[in-house]
Design a protein around this ligand. Structure first.
Ligand SMILES: NC(=O)c1ccc[n+]([C@@H]2O[C@H](COP(=O)([O-])OP(=O)(O)OC[C@H]3O[C@@H](n4cnc5c(N)ncnc54)[C@H](OP(=O)(O)O)[C@@H]3O)[C@@H](O)[C@H]2O)c1
Length: 428
């Protein structure tokens, strides 16, 4: 998304959204993994290594770090106090990219609720005290490290120290994905037998057709079961990152566990830091500049959608399943993150969008019509692929894990628009 819109002042747009009054604050660096481990109290009579080895040898059929719940430990809890055990269990360390974003911060809310003890290090490009405080208000055990997606060294170092990396920052920024994978290789080498986990957020753009907004008689519907990225139209967005991630997740030497999530059109007002979805912010900015709402071509194209809460819950379901060793990973680790609620064509939602903005007096023209070439052409193939194509998907892997997108059933994309537009207008 980010790459697609870089020609359209996205950076300026997002800058306005995140600008805060506070400057010059010093960022506390996150503790190194060694520091974190050394601060952990040890039970009397055991060096950490011996006790850990003892547990592993005697009781533990899978790596300790994969246990996140004391209930999973019946035999061990008989022998040692819960406290000693929970200290030894070493909650997995998470490195997160995109923690302040719409999907990322919604997920962080749920993560904090479910696993408050898991330390999280967040990559933060503007580490003002206000933004750090906003993260800490959500998660009790979070620290931030300063960097952008282009800070390859920072990303690689943090990934190397992590057990889990969650990337909800960009589906298309290859250098940061490369740095993550390089860091995770180091993590894998440092902890043999306990391969680290990479959860990457991509998008359904991988299956987009080339409809260019025109009606299409038959649109292929893709299942995530049996999904082979090499069978997707090769020039589609996101594949440049997703294919190397999948390759890393399928090799046997220096193993990395990989999972890729493919959200559809995410909507609704979020509960995290960034409360409105990326496409709404972009279309709002674009519509104000052009003076009318619009589509790529006639806008007959559509895709599956998903309420942001359901999307975040889907991420958590997958994380939990992975921690329990129950998730499909690597070659099988592809999860569409979409509901099966009614798909809404671009023409239909931009019509409602344009009418609302017109009623509010923000634009002079109601309704929608195709965007002019000066908007469409600079985005070229990427724009046509994402905004002019159909993306029909079935989230069968998440369904198998028991995930039900109930918020999407309760509030449709079209019904979410009035409140989401109000919040987005306040954000600007
Ligand atoms: N929203 C959707 O409908 C949708 C649909 C399909 C796929 N996706 C994908 O899901 C992911 C998250 O989307 P979103 O809607 O949550 O986007 P978002 O609200 O714009 O959040 C992006 C997050 O990434 C961070 N980020 C972006 N560029 C960065 C950079 N250069 N350096 C450091 N941090 C950077 C942002 O930090 P700041 O807070 O500093 O801006 C923010 O935390 C993206 O990969 C997107 O393509 C979204």
């Amino acid at each position: 998304m980010e790459r697609m819109f870089e020609g359209y002042c996205l950076q300026t747009l997002l800058h306005t959204l995140v600008e805060t009054a506070t400057t010059g604050d010093k960022l506390q660096p996150p503790p190194s993994r060694a520091e974190e481990d050394s601060r952990r109290p040890r039970p009397r009579g055991h060096s950490s290594g011996n006790f850990r080895d003892h547990l592993l040898r005697e009781f533990n059929p899978k790596p300790l770090d994969q246990y996140h719940d004391l209930d999973d430990y019946p035999v061990v809890t008989d022998m040692y106090s819960n406290r000693a055990l929970s200290l030894l269990m070493m909650p997995p360390r998470i490195f997160m990219l995109g923690a302040t974003g719409y999907l990322g911060s919604e997920f962080l809310v749920l993560l904090a609720h479910t696993f408050p003890g898991y330390p999280v290090v967040a990559l933060l490009r503007e580490p003002t005290s206000q933004r750090i405080a906003a993260l800490s208000a959500i998660h009790p055990n979070i620290t931030a490290v300063e960097g952008t997606l282009d800070s390859g060294d920072v990303i690689q170092r943090q990934a190397a120290e992590a057990d889990i990396v969650i990337n909800a920052a960009s589906s298309d920024h290859s250098p940061s994905v490369k740095a993550i994978l390089q860091g995770l290789e180091k993590s894998s080498l440092a902890r043999p037998g306990q391969p680290p986990l990479y959860i990457h957020v991509s998008g359904c753009g991988i299956v987009s057709d080339d409809a260019r907004g025109e009606p299409v008689e038959h649109v292929q519907e893709w299942s995530d079961i049996g999904l082979d990225l090499n069978k997707c139209p090769p020039t589609n967005m996101h594949l440049e990152c997703d294919i190397p991630i999948t390759k890393a997740g399928t090799r046997t030497d220096v193993p990395i566990r990989t999972i890729i999530l493919y959200p559809g059109q995410i909507y609704g007002v979020g509960e995290g830091i960034q409360k409105t979805t990326l496409w709404l912010r972009i279309f709002l900015d674009m519509t104000k500049k052009v003076g009318h709402a619009g589509t790529w071509g006639p806008g007959a194209n559509s895709m599956n959608n998903i309420h942001v809460r359901d999307a975040a819950e889907g991420m958590l379901v997958v994380l939990k399943a992975a921690l329990e060793g129950k998730a499909d990973e690597g070659a099988e680790g592809h999860y569409f993150l979409t509901s099966m609620e009614r798909k809404v064509s671009y023409r239909e939602w931009t019509q409602v969008f344009g009418d609302i903005l017109h009623t509010k007096g923000i634009i002079k023209e109601a309704g929608t019509r195709p965007m002019p070439p000066e908007v469409v052409e600079p985005l070229g193939h990427y724009g046509w692929s994402l905004l002019g194509g159909n993306q029909f998907t079935k989230p069968e892997r998440l369904a198998r894990l028991g995930w039900v997108p109930k918020h999407s059933a309760e509030l449709s994309l079209l019904d979410s628009l009035p409140a989401a537009i109000d919040v987005a207008l306040e954000e600007f």
